[in-house]
Design a protein around this ligand. Structure first.
Ligand code: 26Q
Length: 830
């Protein structure tokens, strides 16, 4: 086995010796004195965090400048990732690790100041500018692009309020605003000199506290960029995440707009700024999404103006656009890029329609993340008429030419014309953003093999037939640097001791662990690492005022957004089954288990919020039953976010990935768990299928209906049959109906019973419950054999290389973007 020595790696990835050492303390003290203006002796932990972060930024800033300089000098082709969401989490520890500056932390700890790194890192709020998988994927992709040396830039919005904070009160979810920018953020750099103008065909006013559109009064919004460094591993490449904040123009004509009403005019300034105030929680039932529509346009308009300016300033002619820029659309949220790029090429570059259309498609590519009909974006034509009439004109023209082609290719097939049209008819005419994104780009990809197949077969069969060459799969991945190297030091150390450090940047190297699955000494090391991660979690829970948990129980974990299709409810029903079994037979020979849940429900999603309440009531009932002590426990961890995932995933034994087959596009936590040596309990859905293929079906627990069976069963699925014929299912439901988990709130869970038994349950909870229970039985038996269990855990880690976002990004780069790394050399960096 070839080992990568530390020296090899430093040569390969580092920018040479770090000059920070020796000056570290001085730098830190200077930031305390001159930025924070506090005497060192009186610095608060927050002061210390800012001073440490700013010291780190000092170190990376020259490399950051050098990266941009290199791209410019070489006129490199760039990748622009457009996303309404980035779930970045915390940056301090990640930047320390990617810059390979851990020695610096040691310096500061040892120095006079005796800093406590953990305490300081806890000061940093999570950058929670996203809802879930899609936003975290964008963050993993930025990490991988920087590490691979790809000139990639993320574009997003600088929401002042990220995803809401979740508190649990009396078992219910309670939402609190997440004012993450309340204090100065040491990572962001405002670039007012690079502000851009966005023109819209309306103005805004606040009437009775609500934001209103004032029609036919064109106005200008200003987008001010705030840049954040994205540090590649080894610190050679530092890319940029550019987030736009909305402002009113400086030259605001108070008199014209507000008849000399100074206060009214300032209110309008505030109105402009509300545009980027808050991230929309993923909530398909949400009414009044007008602001969201504008946010999406604002992101697109700012980002395209910025990248086109960069492209032109490099001296490029318009025909070279697709050779110098690849723009990836993260779902349809930024799909207005299609008409916006057309508008720029037609109206500003003054190209003809044909050239503009060819360039637009060659430059743009689209990733789909969902098949759920309620999550597919459509926008009323009326909103386009009011806000973006030129874009509507362009969309109509794209559609006219496209449908003419279809009529030529499929004469008489008006059904097909209706289905592929960019405009949906009905009571309210609307623009279908999926169709716009597929027609207006050269690539449409799904995020796991099954998902891509379902896009072609179910979501867009007509378009897949018309443009077969556009459809492709790019199975998701996650960064092993954040989710193993940084999050799980004991396991990372064990892996590095066994196979060297290569896995940190070459995930295929994980495979070198395979033979070690049969090495008892290595298995002991891995088991010890898991045990250490579990005690770390337990300690954190206690410190945080949470419940006390026994690290010698199976840690069974389901952490993700709360949604019916993800079936937290099936997990909870199974716990009710286990509870009943233990009540009936206290001597039952099963390993003691702790079930962890964490996740947010969209504020308007009533059923999901009731599921949270159910899990919490279940936890209470089990906790207050002395017979369950040391046997069964349920814990709901509030306010799930990236930094909580970083603590929970390393400590997990079991990864719950139990969505109704055909509903979860990919899933990404499944990959993070696998990399950390948890065994998957999963359905044949999303990337679970590829995980099973890679590690071998015998090394995880697959159960339940396939996607085909789920779809095929729509006409004959009978929840009542399961109730009548499966005693454990019936008993569990009866216990809920008897208010065992709602003693003081009689009837509270009736809607849950109704959903499961009487309303058709398209998520098939009861169809899969029995098989799920059987899979859990097998899991319990395996756990009783630590050698056999750990062997499988090691095989999972060894197979996780395929699920690194480095692999995913390499595929996007080669097959969609046609972009090469542009290495930043070491010379001249101080
Ligand atoms: C749309 C309109 C208005 C307001 C909100 C939204 C909105 C916001 C976020 C709609 C959808 C999302 C997020 C979707 C998402 O996270 N999808 C997940 O993407 C992951 C990465 O590809 C997959 O692994 C998951 O399977 C998929 O559910």
């Amino acid at each position: 086995m070839k080992r990568n020595s530390l020296a090899d790696l430093r040569r390969q990835y580092d920018c040479g010796p770090v000059k920070f050492s020796g000056h570290n303390e001085a730098l830190y003290e200077r930031h305390l004195a001159f930025d924070q203006v506090v005497p060192t002796s009186e610095a608060s932990v927050r002061n210390k965090f800012e001073a440490v972060a700013l010291s780190l930024r000092d170190v990376l800033s020259q490399r950051w400048i050098k990266t941009e300089h290199t791209y410019r000098q070489r006129n490199a082709k760039r990748v622009y990732y457009l996303s309404m969401e980035y779930l970045m989490g915390r940056a301090l520890s990640n930047n320390f690790i990617n810059l390979r500056l851990e020695p610096l932390v040691a310096d500061l700890v040892k120095a006079r100041h005796r800093l406590n790194p953990l305490e300081i890192m806890e000061q940093e709020p999570d950058a929670g500018l996203g809802n879930g998988g899609l936003g975290r994927l964008a963050a993993c992709f930025l990490d991988s692009m920087a590490t691979l040396g790809i000139p990639g830039m993320g574009y997003g919005l600088r929401y002042e309020y990220g995803i809401f904070k979740q508190a649990i009160r009396d078992g219910w979810q309670n939402e609190q605003p997440d004012h993450w920018l309340a204090r100065p953020d040491p990572w962001e750099v405002a670039r007012p000199d690079e502000a851009v103008k966005v023109r819209i065909n309306c103005s805004f006013a606040i009437k009775g506290g609500a934001l209103c559109v004032v029609q036919d009064r064109p106005s200008v919004l200003i987008g001010v960029p705030f840049d954040r460094p994205v540090v590649g591993y080894g610190g050679k490449t530092i890319n940029t995440l550019r987030l736009w904040a909305a402002r009113a123009p400086e030259t605001f004509d108070f008199a014209q707009f507000s008849s000399g009403d100074f206060v009214g005019a300032l209110a309008e300034t505030l109105t402009a700024e509300t545009l980027t105030r808050v991230l929309y929680p993923d909530d398909s039932t949400l009414a009044g999404k007008g602001l969201r529509f504008l946010q999406e346009y604002f992101l697109v308009a700012c980002s395209l103006a910025d990248l086109v300016r960069r492209f032109r300033e490099a001296g490029n002619g318009w025909p070279a656009l697709a050779d110098k820029a690849a723009i990836q659309l993260n779902d349809t949220h930024p799909a207005l890029a299609v008409p916006e790029l057309m508008r720029i090429l037609l109206d500003e570059a003054e190209l003809g329609w044909h050239d503009a259309w060819t360039l637009t498609r060659r430059t743009l590519a689209y990733t789909n993340h969902t098949l759920l009909p309620e999550a597919l974006e459509t926008w009323p034509v009326e909103w386009f008429e009011r806000l973006l009439p030129r874009h509507l004109e362009i969309i109509y023209e794209i559609n006219r030419l496209f449908l003419a082609d279809i009529r030529l290719g499929f004469p008489g097939d008006e059904g097909r014309v209706e289905r592929v049209s960019l405009i949906g008819e009905g009571p309210q005419r609307h623009v279908r953003m999926v169709n716009l994104a597929i027609v207006g780009t050269h690539s449409t990809n799904g995020v796991a093999a099954l998902h891509t197949e379902l896009i072609k077969r179910r979501l867009a069969p007509d378009l897949a037939e018309i443009f077969p060459e556009r459809f492709n799969n790019k199975t998701n991945g996650v960064t092993q640097r954040r989710f193993l190297l940084a999050a799980n030091p004991p396991l990372a150390r064990a892996v590095t001791d066994a196979i060297g450090e290569g896995w940190v940047t070459e995930p295929a190297r994980f495979a070198e662990l395979k033979p070690l699955a049969d090495d008892p000494a290595f298995r002991d090391t891995v088991r010890a690492a898991k045990r250490e991660a579990k005690t770390r979690l337990v300690d954190w829970l206690t410190r945080d005022g949470g419940p006390s948990v026994d690290p010698d129980t199976v840690f069974d974990v389901q952490i993700k957004r709360i949604h019916e299709y993800k079936r937290q409810l099936m997990n909870a029903l199974h716990i009710v089954v286990l509870y009943r079994r233990l009540l009936a037979n206290p001597k039952l020979d099963v390993p003691p288990r702790t079930f962890f849940f964490a996740g947010k429900a969209a504020p308007g999603y009533r059923f999901a919020k009731l599921v949270i309440k159910f899990i919490n009531n279940l936890a209470d009932v089990i906790d207050s039953d002395p017979a369950m002590k040391g046997r069964l426990k349920v814990v709901f961890i509030p306010d799930y976010r990236v930094s909580v995932a970083e603590r929970l995933i390393p400590a997990s034994d079991v990864s719950e990935q139990i969505s109704t087959a055909g509903y979860e596009a990919s899933g990404t936590s499944n990959m993070k768990f696998m990399m950390n040596g948890a065994l998957t309990m999963g359905t044949r859905d999303g990337a679970n299928i590829e995980i099973a293929e890679t590690v071998g079906e015998e090394n995880l627990f697959l159960f339940g209906l396939t996607a085909e069976q789920v779809a095929g069963g729509a006409s004959w699925y009978s929840p009542q049959w399961h109730y009548d014929n499966e005693p454990e299912t019936r008993d569990a439901l009866d216990l809920i109906a008897a208010d065992r988990f709602s003693r003081r709130e009689l009837g509270l869970f009736t809607p849950i019973l109704a959903a499961l038994l009487h309303d058709g349950d398209c998520y098939r909870h009861l169809a899969d419950l029995t098989d799920y229970g059987l899979a859990h039985r097998r899991l319990g038996e395996l756990y009783a054999d630590p050698a056999a269990w750990t062997r499988k855990a090691v095989l999972n880690i060894a197979s996780s290389g395929r699920f690194s976002s480095d692999r995913t990004i390499a595929e996007y780069a080669k097959e969609i973007w046609q972009v090469e790394p542009c290495p930043v050399d070491k010379e001249g960096v101080h």
